[in-house]
Design a protein around this ligand. Structure first.
Ligand code: HEM
Ligand SMILES: CC(C)=CCC/C(C)=C/CC/C(C)=C/COP(=O)(O)OP(=O)(O)O
Length: 308
């Protein structure tokens, strides 16, 4: 049932500084933050018109955007884990996390989450733009104050969580001086939003027992056959294809290459989603999850090389 998260025994040693540091790192959900940061920095490069004469791009802007966004995202994840520490202790997938395993105390997590939010937002405000800071704080609020409590109330939580998964792109875009209403920014935001449905529906299936044990309202609890989750994955992937190809209409250094690469990646998402809908089993769900995690870097690199 566990799709691949490493769990530590509850007796894990946490006395050495290295163990403490690694516990704080675990509190940030580093792999999700890393993928978000790739998206943020590519959006930043595209908005600044990196390399063009008069571009506002600078190494300091890139560094401040990366560190500032990383700290705000780390704070969001730490506070999500603080809120969910008792439920996390019930699920095999999450019981090895720093709070349920006792490697950090709730107060340590709360302090870390508060300080990293303050530091990250201050960095963004001092070295990027007020709009980028606003988008970061808005994203944090959607994730911590809306999505996190909604997880135990309604299966619609995914539609809210996906907002906080998509808007970080706009931190990079606006830090680089891009307008929120630019068609490329809107197409990127929509792509990232709909991508999360196939990504998460595969996980909702794989973790269905965990979610039920801990009392989370997910699509696979509403419909244990998985048909509704599969259908959302297919609908998300079907919308993903045209929306992800839209940027070539506005600006493209290599529109044909972009269309081929992103089109094929989108077809892989649609095919994996359709296979999962047709026969809901763990192997097909795991394949959809893996394809979804490959899709994002492929799409972002294609955007950077062919559109940006
Ligand atoms: C509604 C939105 C989302 C939900 C509910 C969600 C949920 C999850 C969950 C529960 C896992 C853990 C699966 C496991 O135990 O192996 C996971 C894995 C992952 N997600 Fe998402 N996710 C969402 C959006 C995103 C976004 C926006 C990104 C980044 C751009 C992302 C990146 C990742 C990565 C990189 C992993 C693999 C992490 C690992 O192996 O530890 N996810 N997601
Ligand atoms: C700048 C900023 C604030 C960025 C935030 C980036 C971010 C945290 C995106 C969240 C994506 C998401 C909904 C993950 C699932 O959380 P979950 O609670 O369902 O995962 P879990 O069950 O593994 O805890």
């Amino acid at each position: 049932m566990n799709p691949g998260v490493t769990t530590l025994p509850a007796t894990a040693d946490c006395s050495s500084p290295t163990a403490k540091l690694s516990a704080y790192l675990g509190l940030t959900k580093p792999k999700i933050v890393l993928l978000e940061l790739v998206a943020v920095l590519i959006a930043l490069h595209m908005a600044t018109g990196y390399g063009a004469p008069g571009s506002p791009w600078s190494a300091a802007l890139v560094l401040a955007t990366a560190v500032g966004t990383g700290l705000v995202a780390a704070s969001a994840n730490a506070l999500n884990m603080w809120v969910e520490r008792e439920r996390d202790a019930k699920m095999p997938r999450t019981m090895g996390r720093p709070l349920p395993s006792g490697r950090l105390t709730p107060d340590e997590a709360l302090w870390f989450g508060t300080l990293s939010l303050a530091l990250g937002a201050s960095l963004l405000l001092s070295f990027t733009t007020p709009m980028a800071t606003f988008v970061a704080v808005f994203t944090w609020l959607v994730y911590v104050a809306f999505y996190t409590p909604l997880k135990t109330r309604t299966w619609l939580n995914t539609a809210v969580g996906a907002v906080s998964g998509a808007t970080p792109l706009l931190i990079g875009w606006t830090a680089g001086g891009g307008e929120l209403t630019h068609p490329i920014a809107i197409a990127m935001l929509a792509t990232m939003y709909v991508w999360q449905f196939p990504h998460f529906m595969a996980i909702a299936w794989l973790c269905r027992d965990d979610y039920t044990i801990a009392g989370y309202e997910m699509s696979t609890k509403l419909d244990p056959s998985g048909r509704w989750a599969g259908l959302q994955a297919v609908i998300g992937s079907a919308i993903l294809l045209p929306v992800s190809l839209a940027p070539v209409l506005w600006a493209a250094a290599a529109p044909v290459a972009y269309t081929i690469v992103v089109g094929l990646a989108g077809v892989a998402m649609l095919q994996s989603s359709a296979a999962f809908l047709a026969d809901r089993n763990d192997a097909l769900a795991r394949r959809l999850m893996r394809v979804s995690l490959l899709y994002v870097p492929v799409w972002l690199v294609a955007l950077w090389c062919c559109v940006g």
